[in-house]
Write a protein that binds this ligand. Structure first.
Ligand SMILES: *Cc1c(COP(=O)(O)O)cnc(C)c1O
Length: 418
């Protein structure tokens, strides 16, 4: 399937109706740009698919994928809840307009301070990752005399068939509680005054293009619910995780959401639990673009390098997960010829390479290149390695553009050092 990226009749790549070159000229490069319309349509695609399957599923945006407050707010205004994985994300979620009643707190190592903060606020749900964490949460809830609803994150031991670094549902991954322990924990906390085990959750990995592993995981989850109920426990919520993939390469196909909704319908809908999902990447990934300027076109006997002003500190995915990002010119030139390039950043590591041996349109010095599908785990994972400032971010919406994070200054970069 072709990747979709619109060009105007005069050859300008359009991001939310705004020419990419206008953005680069207005805000400088490197620059992250997001299309608010695509954020909304990604959210509504889930809603539509669930509606068509007759399902009522709450959508909690897993905000670690993109933490910009304005991006979070677009999804909040669509009606999303939020899934956070740290106290910092919880803070951001509240700043973005989510209320505690819309917050689910996931994550493998919540500190006592984070648990106390979440329980004090009265968040919707805590997703517990271990018996040990549950013990700490129960003690904190008792001490504060505050109620907290908890889902146990179960590890279904399912292979999500995605990149090893983002597979989370196998029994040798650090995530979740083994099935054998779940019933014991429900029994242990059955009469706890403050902590109430209300259901189960699972999340098997990220960037899944094949939905078959979900069927396997949800089938096991449903069996677990049945056996808990048979043992006299109440199970009223199922949080079925995130992880649906997006199209990064021209030959990939994103999972069909209708097929996904059908799996949800067939495996867990009949249990009568309230249902929620936690998508991250699939809500924001294809709505984001990284704009970068060509510093030099370096030619060696072996290679043509496009040395660009963005680097692995701005977008870590290629270096970290061998990820592919499609690269297109901000302005199409008339020359149809292609050259094979390595596209590299200025950082002093060979890993600072966006792509190798890729046929691309001819680029010249100062041309602007755009990396597509950069909305998820892009800006969110950025660092200041090589004393490179965090880049600016803009939100485009039907032909308008707004700065939503300015570029970090050099003084700000050293301001924490005493
Ligand atoms: C990261 C994460 C998600 C979101 O994953 P995506 O692949 O971005 O959809 C959902 N739930 C949990 C618990 C996570 O850790």
């Amino acid at each position: 399937m072709q990747l979709i990226y619109p060009y105007s009749s005069n050859g300008s790549l359009l991001i939310g109706g705004v020419p990419a070159l206008t953005l680069a000229e207005t805000y400088g490069t490197p620059l992250y740009a997001y299309d608010a319309g695509l954020l909304r349509s990604a959210y509504h695609a889930y809603k539509t698919a669930f509606d068509a399957a007759g399902l009522n599923v709450a959508i909690h945006y897993a905000c670690k994928a993109n933490l910009n407050l304005s991006v979070m707010r677009v999804l909040q205004e669509c009606g999303a809840g939020v899934d956070v994985t740290s106290g910092g994300e919880l803070f951001r979620a509240l700043k973005a307009g989510f209320t505690p009643a819309h917050v689910v707190f996931s994550g493998v190592g919540k500190t006592n301070a984070e648990l106390e903060e979440a329980i004090t606020l009265g968040i919707h749900q805590l997703n517990a990752e271990s018996a040990e964490e549950l013990e700490r949460a129960a003690a904190i809830a008792a001490r504060l005399n505050k109620h907290i609803a908890v889902c146990l994150r179960v590890n279904p031991d399912v292979d999500a068939k995605t990149h090893a670094k983002i597979t989370t549902g196998k029994k040798d991954n650090k995530f979740g509680i083994p099935f054998e322990q779940v019933e014991t924990l429900f029994a242990t906390y059955k009469n706890h005054a403050q902590l109430k085990l209300v259901g189960l959750t699972t999340h098997i990995g990220s960037q899944l293009l094949d939905v078959a592993p979900y069927r396997e995981a949800y089938t096991r989850l449903a069996a677990m619910v049945q056996s808990l109920r048979a043992a006299g426990h109440t199970v009223e919520r199922l949080d079925i995780g995130g992880g649906l993939g997006i199209q990064y390469t021209p030959d990939q196909q994103a999972p069909n959401l209708n097929e996904y909704a059908r799996i949800v319908h067939e495996t867990v809908a009949g249990l009568g639990c309230s249902l929620a999902i936690e998508p991250g990447r699939s809500l924001v990934g294809n709505a984001g673009y990284l704009l970068t300027k060509v510093i030099d076109v370096k030619k060696t006997p072996a290679k043509n390098y496009l040395v660009v002003d963005a680097a692995m500190n701005d977008l870590a995915r290629p270096a970290m997960y061998d990820a592919y990002h499609h690269i297109v010119p901000a302005l199409k030139t008339s020359s149809a010829s292609a050259t094979v390039y390595d596209v590299v950043g200025p950082i002093c590591e060979t890993g600072d390479t966006f792509t190798k041996d890729r046929p691309l349109p001819v680029f010249e010095r100062d041309d602007v290149a755009v990396l597509l599908s950069a909305g998820a785990y892009g800006a969110a994972m950025a660092s200041t390695y090589n004393a490179r400032p965090l880049v600016a971010e803009v939100l485009c919406n039907a032909g308008t553009h707004t700065l939503i994070r300015r570029r970090q200054t050099r003084d700000e970069m050293i301001a924490l050092e005493v």
